[in-house]
Design a protein around this ligand. Structure first.
Ligand code: ADP
Length: 626
């Protein structure tokens, strides 16, 4: 006897004690495994003559033996080798639903154990909800030896060689006796088993057959009993059904079960393409980003079927990177059956399908944005970042596809706005789309420049994601309105007169401004006089392509000794008493003026949330002047 791994024991325990209403799903789980096993052999049969079977030969048999209290599920799928038996049934950690479970947050896990069973089952092990003994007889394709796996539950399992002529797997479940609280008799009633199959496994694409006893009465009163094999399921996969035959709710249930997600999808998308290239697709926008979504562990792709034979899971070629959150299936009659992964990349039809899918996802998202704003905002919380990454990837190739889907928070508006909304709300005279990149809205609002822009009655887009600045860079403009960072030295807010006045004042103070620049020892590209600042004495801005926020970003990524730096501009508020003090010192005491320049520059760094290069020096300078 071999023991189950610890984790498996825990799950088994949970299964056995799960609440009653969930128990019937054991059959769905066992049948779904059988169907997967057939998928595998069916796919193999396309390229490997040794299989010697065609699509119509595959089936799943379900036998109910009331006298012996057994339910048997038999498939002629791929079967399992001894190692596979060990690996797959000896430890539950292989199970897809379990993988899903490990992606849930801790809090979810605490309370949701039971619910997971309700919604997905935990695969094979769910048999122990109704059975006190399970036997698996299996023979793998290409193997001469068959094996028998037996287990009575928590204790462990045994594997031994056995006799079995055909390739495939047979699962014999011995149904528990009724106990005080629970009644298991129903699971050995053929009519009940039939109903469970119809309820959960109707769209399995292979026939699920049961033997039905028929009694015929002859005219003379004699009865003859015959046994007839009947197919219980309709076999039409859910994506082949019309909306009236499979509601959005049905599709959502299919999604949750197939893709191991306990959340309702945001959207069910059906595509029914006819004509030269005909295919059906059933797509889902998940209701929540999986825990591993933004990591390399996340597998993108749709499941690809050809004439209802599954040829590939996670077919990446069907989805553009920026919509990689979409899940679903595509079924096309046009594709060659024995297509390989390498060939897929160059397949013209596949590319056509993929491009149609991309357009459709875009239009569905746009529809959601227009008609179901709240829902779109929820969606955006989950996957907005992906859309932004999409904008900057491939040298901005997809920006036209995505620019009207992205949103930002904006000053003066509680909810995020699209670029379109921002531009159409611009008051007369506003030339630019103002934005500021920062760690948080609060920090951006603390910038002196933010005050200036807002005082003009203009709204600021808050860019709180690192990628935002690159998105803006890629776009350059939206609807012919250029983007302008509020850290730009020229905010384009001044009238010609104001500009002229500024020039004049700058000229008058030229020498002193040069002195400040020189005192700062090359830390800044230039020093300017500014009248845009209200309450603050200074601010820092940047000239040229690289902004302060980009510099911060480049500083934060490891590697590369020579980091890209912004061309810093120190702006002094000409109307501030600090400026007067600087000026007075410049005229009478150059040494003091030099110290004041350093203090003002450090203040500017702090206000801009830039690292302060020499904090102790700053502290000393301040104390000295106090
Ligand atoms: P899941 O199906 O979620 O992966 P299960 O616990 O249901 O988890 O099954 C574990 C594994 O056992 C399957 O992934 C499959 O490899 C194997 N298996 C289960 N049933 C069969 C079967 N009828 N034929 C072949 N392999 C099977």
């Amino acid at each position: 006897m071999q023991e189950f791994k610890t984790e498996s024991k825990r799950i088994l325990d949970l299964m056995i004690n799960s609440i009653y209403t969930h128990k019937e799903i054991f059959l769905r789980e066992i049948i779904s495994n059988a169907s997967d096993a057939i998928d595998k052999l069916c796919y193999k049969s396309l390229t490997d003559e040794r299989v010697g079977m065609s699509r119509s030969d595959f089936k799943i048999e379900v036998d109910v033996d009331k006298d012996n209290r057994t339910v048997t599920v038999r498939d002629n799928g791929i079967g399992m080798t001894r190692e596979e038996l060990e690996e797959n049934l000896g430890t539950i950690a292989q199970s897809g639903s379990l993988k899903f479970k490990s992606e849930m947050s801790k809090d979810d896990k605490e309370n949701n154990d039971i619910d997971i069973i309700g919604q997905f089952g935990v695969g094979f092990y769910s048999a122990f909800m109704v059975a006190d003994n399970v036997t698996v007889n299996t023979k793998a394709f290409g193997s001469d030896t068959a094996y028998k796996w037996t287990s009575c539950g928590v204790e462990g399992y045994e594997i031994e060689e056995t006799e079995k002529t055909d390739v495939g797997t047979e699962i014999i479940m011995h149904i528990k006796d009724n106990d005080g609280e629970e009644n298991y008799d129903e699971f050995v009633e053929p009519y009940r088993i039939r109903a469970i199959i119809r309820k959960y496994s109707d769209y399995v694409r292979y026939p699920i057959v049961m033997n039905e006893e028929k009694t015929e009465k002859a005219e003379d009163g004699t009865e003859t009993k015959t046994v007839e094999e009947v197919t219980v399921n309709s076999m039409v996969p859910i994506w082949q059904r019309s909306k009236s035959e499979a509601s959005d709710e049905d599709c959502a249930a299919f999604y949750k079960e197939t893709f191991y997600d306990c959340n309702e999808p945001f959207k069910v998308i059906r595509i029914n393409a006819e004509g030269t290239l005909s295919y059906k697709a059933l797509l889902f926008i998940p209701g929540k980003a999986p825990m591993n979504y933004y990591t390399k562990d996340y597998q993108k792709g749709l499941t690809l079927y050809t004439s209802s034979v599954m040829i590939m899971e996670n077919c990446e070629e069907l989805l553009p990177e920026h919509f990689r959150f979409v899940k679903g299936v595509v079924d096309s009659d046009n594709l060659s059956l024995n297509i390989s992964r390498e060939m897929l990349q160059h397949d013209r039809q596949l590319r056509q399908i993929s491009s149609a899918i991309e357009k459709r996802i875009k239009s569905e998202l746009k529809k959601m944005l227009t008609n179901e704003r709240d829902k779109y905002e929820q969606f955006y919380k989950e996957f907005g970042l992906q859309l932004k990454y999409g904008m900057v990837s491939d040298y901005g190739m997809h920006k036209d596809m995505l620019e009207d889907l992205i949103m930002f928070h904006a000053s003066g508006s509680e909810k995020p706005v699209t670029l379109e909304e921002y531009v159409s709300a611009m008051p007369e005279g506003q030339e630019f789309i103002y934005y500021a990149r920062g760690e948080s809205i609060q920090k951006i609002d603390n910038l002196p420049q933010a005050e200036t822009v807002k005082d003009h009655g203009y709204s600021i887009l808050y860019m709180t994601d690192e990628v935002d600045e690159f998105v803006i860079n890629m776009l350059g403009a939206f609807k012919e309105k250029k983007f302008k960072s509020i850290n730009d030295p020229d905010l384009g807010l001044e009238t010609d007169e104001e500009k002229a006045e500024k020039e004049k004042a700058a000229e008058e103070n030229r020498e002193m401004l040069d002195f400040v620049k020189e005192s700062l020892d090359g830390a800044v590209e230039s020093v300017k006089l500014s009248h845009k600042l209200k309450s603050y004495p200074v601010c820092l801005s940047a000239e040229g392509e690289v902004t302060l926020e980009m510099e911060k970003y480049f500083q934060s990524i490891p590697g590369e000794d020579e980091k890209i730096k912004a061309k810093r501009v120190l702006e002094l508020n000409g109307d501030h008493h600090a400026f007067d003090a600087l000026k007075a010192a410049y005229e009478t005491d150059k040494e003091k003026a030099r110290k004041l320049a350093k203090i003002l520059y450090t203040e500017a760094l702090m206000i801009a949330d830039m690292p302060v290069e020499n904090a102790p020096e700053f502290a000393q300078l301040v104390s000295e002047l106090m």
